[in-house]
Design a protein. Structure first.
Lengths: 380, 523
């Protein structure tokens, strides 16, 4: 008997990222994202994972999914002939309700594994629908990927799914569904909430550890690292400051206005851009010396491709590898448990080019040499 | 065969002994000498002759106790310990807890040693100087370096001296170099001491597959600002970097100096030398590898050695032998033109130097190599047993490398399955009379514990310790809550350490304690 695999694609997941919005939860934000030129990429991400699955398992599985953009397209592109479990009457399923209903339908069919594409919002919807009744695995696409239910990349998701279906990986664990309050996020307040747990296949090499929100104990080390960065700032250089509490400590120390989860820019100690999207960053740095400063996501280690999609492949190519500055407090490093930091920009070639050892700022006059690799590299 | 027995009914002494200041009774004395009016008539009262500027206006706040109370106090405290001489002290990994031969204490306690004063003239301490001189010669042979001093009062002070020498060396050459490179599994002081000296510190992380840093990572850290490379090898994980010569070559090529932290040289003693690994500077903790009782900041020596080119930068004095004089003799040489000065008073803790000298003399060349071999054998025996017999104990990061004299293990699996953490296991081990420790921070290896068996322990003793671990893991499955509430049979069960982060609360002296907690003034 063929094994059954469910697939749910949230087609709008991740659209806010490159245009500088923090998530796409809610129709108004989606509208704004589209106005700003956001293009959907969730289907592409789902296709990447399904392609791997197709290569590794061939015809030994059956795909159950929703029509059109909610999974059918991606599955077909990868060479499957998916079973469509419900007719939406030509309507495009893009709401949270659609995700919830799809998850319920697919679970009732009794699949071996449910793959879903999205971010924390989608994970919450899946959790709402099926809680812990079904083994699932997230293909990361969203702007916010704090939850531990996602594989490191679409490729890693495909590989882990294949290993699970081939019973090479048999352990199943409960993984956190975390989400930040998007409204507070847009106001610049970082508050992560635990919504529940989903069951995922467990292979310690494949699942990022989940983001560990930085606590107060990191306060002084953050200040020290920010001070080291400021001591070495060059007058004529534009600094693109990535999101997060670690990098934004720099803004605090310089007494500048900033967006906690957006991308800001400074030059000569002054703010020259706030909450920038990809296009605005490109305009700002065109034919000028620029550096970008980012901090890895705790537990996972992503420096690009999670929560900072505005710093797009195009931006990174303009800035250049030698102008990437990584800032990481000891607590962040500890949370990586010796694993390398990761890049998943959506451009595999670029991810490879940027892979290297980086001299990251750890504290005041303290640095570490740390390895950065593509998020999808096989050994990972 | 000795008896390997798990002490299920062990209980540590618990005296609830107050702090000595709290025992004080006004006017109580240890010894009351009879008053002799005849002597007083001749020499006066002994105080009124002193200049008024140095006479105390108010008596010092010292505890006033009888001799018997003082004796009881310290004997009671001495029973409330799990020190090296009462437990199988293999759980204090990286600290090289070994048996310190008691015959050496006879030498140290001899008045010939205990009555020496550092300001005595050289002619009257020729024997002591000769021992220092000869220990220097021994350590040259063991390390391949060219000159040793014993002034640093411990490993961290030796590293501080190394940082000072590196700074002085580049200053003398007119080069501006201010970056020190180390590795994360080196001792934390290899980063901390240079930072105190004002260096920028770059820490290299190991490759997660090999457990040792990539040469590529080191090259990335190197620049024209590189002043030095300070590392341990084997690492704190017990993994030896076999490519160390390649590393020191890279640093030398960039113009930097290489320093070898051999605080713990127990697994490679007489087998691997600093010189052949390409190091310019190095140090041994005499109290670790060369046997002296240590712990709790006790008297220690970081024996610091350098290559010929750096000899002039050493702290002074160094011990020299003058053959040219009529009276052939040893003397203290302060005449080093580029000396960094002093990192500590005088020439080092002589009893520790003497114990190291006696230890080496009693073992000889073959014996020293045997120490390393037995230490490695013991470690691998313990590792084999732990990985096979102690459920959920695992070796981490990476699992497939050889270990030398110690191993960093992980309780990650135990924690995931039972909720029992490495701290809980440590607390429960006290209940069987064992000591265990985690590791230096940061805890890159989750739920870490570090075991270093050294050469001192028999197979029965190692088995006994492993039985303790097995018992605690069994309990973690059957009675996790009991384990989490442990220790139950220790002197002090739980110490609230949360106030350590609050400078307004902690006190390192009685006077500070009174000031912070009782609003009192004690002079």
């Amino acid at each position: 008997m063929k094994m059954k695999v469910g697939l749910i694609v949230n087609p709008i997941a991740g659209m806010g990222g490159r245009v500088g919005l923090k998530g796409t939860d809610g129709p108004e934000i989606l509208k704004r994202a589209i106005e700003l030129g956001a293009k959907p990429w969730a289907e592409d991400r789902a296709y990447e994972a399904m392609k791997i699955l197709r290569n590794l398992l061939n015809d030994s599985i059956e795909i159950y999914t929703y029509p059109s953009r909610m999974g059918e397209n991606s599955a077909r592109r990868a060479g499957f002939f998916p079973k469509i479990v419900r007719d939406l009457g030509g309507r495009e399923g893009t709401t949270a309700k659609d995700t919830v209903r799809a998850a319920r339908d697919i679970r009732e069919l009794g699949v071996d594994l449910l793959l879903f594409t999205g971010g924390d919002g989608t994970a919450r919807d899946v959790y709402r629908a099926i809680a812990e009744k079904q083994v699932v695995l997230g293909i990361p696409t969203g702007v916010k990927v704090y939850s531990s239910v996602f594989a490191a990349s679409p490729r890693a998701a495909g590989e882990l799914a294949a290993r699970f279906l081939k019973r090479q990986v048999t352990e199943v664990v409960e993984a956190e569904v975390l989400d930040i309050n998007e409204e507070a996020f847009r106001e610049g307040i970082l508050s992560v909430r635990l919504y529940g747990y989903l069951k995922i296949p467990y292979d310690s090499l494949c699942i990022p550890g989940g983001k560990i929100p930085s606590g107060h104990s990191e306060k002084y080390t953050k200040e020290a690292a920010a001070a080291e960065f400021i001591d070495n700032m060059e007058e004529d250089c534009i600094y693109i400051i990535g999101p997060g509490t670690t990098t934004k400590e720099i803004m605090k120390k310089l007494e500048l206005n900033y967006t906690l989860l957006g991308v800001d820019a400074i030059q000569g100690g002054k703010l020259v851009g706030k909450d920038l999207n990809e296009r605005q960053i490109i305009n700002l740095i065109s034919s000028r010396k620029a550096k970008v400063i980012v901090s890895p996501i705790g537990g996972q280690g992503y420096i690009f491709g999670r929560g900072n999609q505005q710093i797009s492949p195009r931006v990174l190519r303009m800035i250049g590898k030698e102008n990437i500055i990584i800032i990481a407090t000891p607590g962040k490093i500890e949370s990586l448990r010796g694993k390398p930091m990761l890049i998943d920009t959506g451009d595999e070639e670029l991810d490879k080019e940027l892979s290297s050892y980086y001299k990251a700022i750890l504290g005041y006059r303290e640095y570490i040499m740390y390895k950065v690799i593509p998020g999808y590299r096989e050994q990972y | 065969m000795g008896l390997a027995k798990l002490r299920r009914d062990f209980h540590e002494a618990r005296w609830e002994e107050p702090i000595i200041f709290e025992l004080s009774n006004e006017g109580e004395r240890g010894i009351i000498t009879p008053k002799d009016e005849k002597i007083e008539r001749i020499v006066g009262d002994g105080i009124s002759e002193l200049p008024s500027s140095i006479v105390r206006k108010k008596l010092p706040n010292l505890p006033e106790l009888s001799q018997k109370r003082v004796l009881m106090h310290y004997l009671r405290l001495s029973q409330e310990i799990l020190g090296a001489d009462v437990n199988i002290d293999i759980g204090q990994g990286t600290c090289t807890m070994k048996y310190s031969p008691k015959v050496n204490e006879l030498l140290v306690q001899s008045p010939k040693v205990s009555e020496i004063h550092p300001y005595q003239s050289e002619e009257t301490v020729q024997g002591a100087l000769e021992i220092m001189y000869k220990l220097d010669l021994f350590l040259r042979e063991i390390s391949g370096l060219d000159r040793f001093v014993f002034q640093p009062g411990g490993g961290s002070q030796a590293i501080f001296a190394i940082a000072s020498i590196i700074r002085a060396y580049y200053k003398s050459r007119g080069e501006e170099r201010d970056e020190i490179i180390t590795t994360i599994f080196s001792h934390p002081s290899d980063a901390a001491a240079p930072a105190v000296k004002g260096f920028k510190v770059i820490t290299v992380y190991p490759d997660s597959e090999t457990g040792i840093p990539d040469a590529e990572a080191l090259r990335g850290a190197i620049s024209s600002r590189t002043a030095g490379f300070i590392v341990t090898n084997p690492k704190d994980t017990g993994i030896f970097n076999p490519r160390i010569k390649e590393f020191t070559n890279i640093v030398h090529k960039a113009g930097g100096l290489c320093a070898y932290d051999q605080a713990n040289a127990n697994g490679i003693l007489g087998i691997v030398r600093a010189k052949e690994c390409g190091f310019d500077i190095g140090f041994f903790n005499l109290h670790k590898t060369f046997s002296s009782p240590h712990g709790s900041g006790g008297p220690a020596v970081g024996a610091l050695g350098v290559k010929k080119e750096l000899e002039n930068f050493l702290p002074v004095p160094i011990v020299d032998y003058d053959e040219s004089r009529e009276m052939r003799r040893y003397y203290l040489n302060y005449n080093l033109p580029s000396t960094i000065g002093k990192v500590r008073e005088f020439y080092g803790v002589f009893p520790v130097v003497l114990r190291a000298y006696a230890w080496i003399m009693s073992l000889g060349e073959g014996g020293i190599k045997e120490v390393a071999k037995i230490a490695v054998l013991n470690n691998n025996y313990v590792m084999y047993k732990i990985l096979r017999e102690v459920r959920d104990a695992d070796i981490s990061y990476p699992a497939n490398r050889h270990r030398i004299e110690q191993v960093r293990y992980t309780w990650k699996n135990l924690r995931e399955k039972t909720g029992v953490t490495t701290e809980d296991v440590i607390n429960r081990m006290y209940d069987f009379g064992f000591h265990l420790r985690t590791s230096h921070h940061p805890w890159i290896i989750p739920e870490p514990f570090t075991i270093e068996p050294t050469e001192s322990y028999s197979k029965e003793e190692l088995d006994e310790y492993i039985e303790g671990l097995k018992e605690v893991v069994r309990e973690a499955y059957e009675e996790p809550e009991m384990v989490k509430r442990s220790p139950h049979r220790s002197s002090i069960h739980r110490v609230d350490t949360s106030w350590l982060n609050d400078p307004s609360k902690w006190a390192v002296t009685w006077r500070l304690y009174l000031r912070k907690h009782r609003n009192g003034d004690s002079n």
